[in-house]
Ligand binder design. Structure first.
Ligand code: 3HC
Length: 303
C-alpha cells in the first residue's frame, strides 16, 4: 500500500549508487543500511582521510558482527565490504543517483555540502538530508535544482528502528519524493510523509517530552527520580538514557531549533547547555557534587 501522500510510484527512479556525506556514527549507520539493503556501491566522504578510514572500518566491523550473528554468509560479507569505498574527492560521487548527508547539524554547513555536490552529481540525483530539525526548503533554496532535495530522517539505532520520516520541501518534485519512498521501502523502513516544519513530527514531540524531564530536574527533582518516573509506562529506555543514545549535542540542536520557532513553548536549560559543553555524562546533576562539577565544567554558562 502506498504511504499516505506519496506520489505515484511509477515516477520513482532506480538507485544504482549511493553517496553518504559524513563518516561519523550516524553516517556510518546509514551507509551500512544502504549497502545491506540495496546492495549497490556506497561511497562515503568526510573532511579528512582519517575520518573516512574510521567510517569504512566501522562499516566493515558492523558487517563482521552481522556475520558473527549468522545473518550474513562469508560471500555476502566480502561482497558488501567490496561495495563500500571512501573518497576525499567528491568526483567519486559523480555517478551516484542518491546522496544522503549526515554532517554537522548547521544549516550553512549542509547548504555548502549540497552546493558542492551539485557541481558533481547529475541534475536528477537525489540530495537527501538526515537533518533532525532543519528546514528542507531552506536547505535547497540556494541550489540550481532544489526539486531533488528531500528530507530522509532516520531514528537511532538506525538498524533497529523501523520509522523513516520523508520530508517534502516546497520545491521537492514528485519524482524525487517517489524515489525517496521507493528507497525507503528497499531499506525496509516504514515511511511516513511529514511536513517541512521545525523538527518535523517525532523530534517535535520528543523534544517537548525530554524538555519537561530536563525542566523537572532543573527545578530540583533528583535526576534519578525524574528519569525513572515513567518506568511503569514500559518505555524501552528512560528519557536520559535516550538522550545519551541520540547524543546530547544533537538533542540540543533540535531544542534550539524548536526554541527559535516557538520560544514560549520550548525552553532552554542552562544545565543542558553545560552538559553538552562538557560532553561528559557524569557531569549532569546526579547529586550535589556532580552538580558543582557541572558548574565548574561550564563554558560560559550562566545561572
Ligand atoms: N546501535 C545499533 N544497534 C543496537 C543498539 C545501538 N546503539 N542498541 C541495540 N541495538 C540492537 C542490538 O544489537 C539488537 O540487535 P539484534 O536483535 O540484531 O541482536 C537489538 O538492537 C535489540 O537490542 P537489545 O536486545 O540489546 O536491547 P533492547 O531490546 O533493549 O533494545 C533499543 C534496544 C532498540 C535501543 C531500545 O531500547 C529502543 O528502542 N530504545 C528507544 C530508542 C529511540 O526511541 N530512538 C529514537 C530516538 S530519536 C532519534 O533518533 C531522532 C534524532 O534525529 C534525534
Amino acid at each position: 500500500k502506498r504511504p499516505a501522500g506519496a506520489p505515484d510510484k511509477s515516477l520513482a527512479r532506480n538507485v544504482t549508487k549511493v553517496g553518504v556525506v559524513g563518516a561519523g556514527l550516524m553516517a556510518g549507520q546509514l551507509a551500512l543500511l544502504f549497502v545491506r539493503r540495496l546492495e549497490v556501491p556506497v561511497v562515503i566522504t568526510d573532511i579528512d582521510q582519517e575520518r573516512i578510514d574510521r567510517g569504512v572500518a566501522y562499516i566493515h566491523g558492523e558487517i563482521d558482527k552481522l556475520a558473527a550473528k549468522g545473518r550474513l554468509s562469508a560471500d555476502a560479507v566480502n561482497r558488501l565490504k567490496g561495495l563500500v569505498t571512501g573518497s576525499l574527492d567528491k568526483k567519486a560521487f559523480a555517478d551516484a543517483d542518491f546522496v544522503i548527508e549526515a554532517v554537522f547539524e548547521e544549516m550553512s554547513v549542509k547548504q555548502q555540502v549540497f552546493a558542492e555536490l551539485e557541481q558533481y552529481v547529475s541534475p536528477e540525483a537525489i540530495l537527501a538530508t538526515n537533518t533532525s530539525s532543519l528546514s528542507i526548503t531552506e536547505m535547497g533554496s540556494k541550489l540550481k535544482n532544489p526539486e531533488r532535495v528531500v528530507g530522509f530522517h532516520f531514528f537511532n539505532p538506525v538498524a533497529v528502528l523501523p520509522l523513516l520520516e520523508v520530508v517534502r520541501g516546497e520545491q521537492t518534485d514528485d519524482a524525487a519524493l517517489a524515489t525517496a519512498f521507493k528507497v525507503g521501502k528497499q531499506l525496509k523502513k516504514s515511511c511516513v510523509l511529514v511536513k517541512d516544519a521545525p523538527a518535523f513530527v517525532v523530534n517535535r514531540l520528543l523534544t517537548r517530552f525530554m524538555g519537561e524531564v530536563i525542566a523537572t530536574i532543573d527545578e530540583g527533582t533528583p535526576f534519578e527520580v525524574a528519569d525513572n518516573a515513567l518506568e511503569p509506562l514500559g518505555l524501552p529506555m528512560s528519557p536520559m538514557v535516550l538522550l545519551q543514545l541520540v547524543g546530547p549535542a544533537v538533542a540540543q540542536h533540535v531544542n534550539e531549533t524548536m526554541h527559535a520557532a516557538y520560544p514560549g513553548r520550548f525552553g532552554l536549560s542552562d544545565n543542558m547547555q553545560r552538559f553538552v559543553a562538557a560532553r561528559k555524562a557524569a557531569v549532569w546533576i546526579t547529586d550535589e557534587s556532580s552538580q558543582s562539577a557541572a558548574q565548574s565544567a561550564s563554558v560560559g554558562g550562566g545561572g
